[in-house]
Design a protein around this ligand. Structure first.
Ligand code: NAD
Ligand code: 3PG
Length: 392
């Protein structure tokens, strides 16, 4: 029986995939074999040793100490693309809200004193205050062409925008999905100088902190619209405030409100609703739960951000040995000589690495002794060893 701990509300449709004969819910952290999380900040948490996998039902993993967990032999996975459509749709709304004074107009309508004023007449008098601009023909810069950036770029093309895309690490899959009408930009400064609208779709990592700062705003035209549906921390808030005052930024629309921005003119702050649709929550939860099951039951790693993806299907031998270790030379040699010493026959094997960490899956034809597990754990670079019962 495996115990699952949820650190945020996770969609019931996803949790329903946890069959009751094999899974139950942990009420305290210490009981958990796996944790399923959305934006709960795990950095200050002491992760109990029993936890083997953390599944992020969503994209961003900056709330999880990914490297530290790798060192503890804990797999962290996310659900790439599962909420991309929901975010894309909100970005379209962001483009429109930053172009048309709809929010200001609605506020004005709600403020009309209908005891004294005929609103239908007042509308025609006042509406000129709320005139905006159209998207068609304007230039949009998309920074980050992953699951979300590609969808945003493509829909902007169909809205008649001229789209500039910047992503020095774009994947082949993303490149295949991108409209050929998107102009590939190799230097982010060109996005700043050319575009009327800029939208951010990169992860928050050390290299992207303060990606948008005074130096970049200095390059932009006056009156641009900046959309941030990716993360706070990507935009330097002090520099942003100054650029709004200077008229460089006509509208900053963000999914990540911060105290300094909440009541600022020309800022539209949304309470982190990018992924909050029924469909996206269901998609993310189903993916996170399936990946958790695959790892706990079969040792297979899918969509991991700190260990290599590794898939050997179901174990059709006697048992499967799953070994988390450092990515250093001679690990496979050391592991297989321990198996040979115990006269254990290998029927299938996979070894993969990602950065400083590696993972080896070995299917064996007979029982794995406690001694063998201890011998494997005694290898200095081995972090965790798990035995999974096979079909035979
Ligand atoms: N508002 C929300 O609710 C919401 C929902 C989902 C994701 N997000 C945020 O959006 C981010 C992107 O999500 P995604 O699903 O598209 O992720 P993704 O991993 O599919 O795409 C991220 C892209 O950013 C690119 N990138 C990395 N560093 C870069 C840099 N310095 N310059 C330019 N490009 C760079 C990568 O190559 C990749 O193509 C997530 O990391 C998360 O922070 C927010
Ligand atoms: O990175 C993400 O997937 C989004 O920011 C969504 O976060 P949430 O699951 O907390 O809504």
């Amino acid at each position: 029986m495996y115990k699952i701990r949820t650190l945020n509300n996770i969609s019931d449709e996803g949790l329903a995939l946890l069959n009751k004969d094999t899974y139950s819910f942990a009420t305290v952290d210490e009981e958990a074999d796996a944790m399923i999380v959305r934006s709960f900040k795990m950095h200050d948490m002491n992760l109990p040793e029993k936890v083997k996998i953390v599944a992020r039902a969503g994209a961003g993993v900056n709330n999880i100490p990914v490297e530290k967990y790798a060192e503890q032999g804990v797999v962290v996975c996310n659900t790439p693309g599962a909420n991309a459509n929901a975010v894309k749709e909100l970005v379209v709304l962001g483009l429109l809200l930053s172009s048309r004074k709809v929010i200001q107009g609605i506020k004005w309508v709600h403020g009309v004193n209908t005891e004294e004023v005929d609103v239908s007449k007042a509308v025609e008098k006042e509406k000129s205050k709320f005139a905006g601009q159209e998207l068609t023909g304007k230039k949009l810069g998309v920074i980050g062409l992953g699951a979300i950036g590609v969808k945003v770029a493509n829909i902007a093309i169909s809205l008649g925008m001229e789209v500039y895309g910047y992503d020095p690490f774009v994947s082949i899959e993303s490149a295949w999905g991108l409209s050929s009408e998107v102009k590939r930009i190799l230097n982010i400064d060109e996005i700043m100088t050319e575009c009327d609208y800029i939208t951010l779709h990169v992860p928050l990592i050390e290299q992207t902190k303060n990606l948008m700062s005074a130096e970049k705003f200095a390059l932009s035209k006056n009156g641009i619209r900046l959309l941030n549906f990716a993360r706070d921390g990507l935009v330097n808030i002090e520099d942003l405030k100054q650029s709004i005052k200077d008229g460089k930024i006509l509208c900053y629309i963000t999914d990540f409100p911060e105290n300094d921005l909440v009541n600022m003119e020309n800022v539209i702050a949304i309470p982190h609703l990018g992924a909050s649709t029924h469909e996206s929550e269901e998609n993310c939860a189903k993916m996170a739960v399936s990946q958790t099951k695959e790892y706990l039951e079969n040792g297979n790693i899918i969509n991991s951000v700190n260990y290599p993806n590794c898939y050997m299907g179901l174990c059709q031998s006697y048992a499967r040995i799953a070994i988390h270790h450092k990515n250093v030379p001679n690990m496979v040699g050391q592991i297989s000589s321990i198996l040979a010493k115990e006269n254990l026959n290998i029927s299938d094997m996979l070894n993969k690495s990602k950065g400083n960490y590696a993972y080896t899956l070995i299917d064996v034809d007979s029982e794995v002794s406690e001694q063998l597990i201890n011998d494997l754990m005694a290898i200095q670079e081995v972090i965790r060893v798990r035995i999974i019962k096979g079909d035979k």
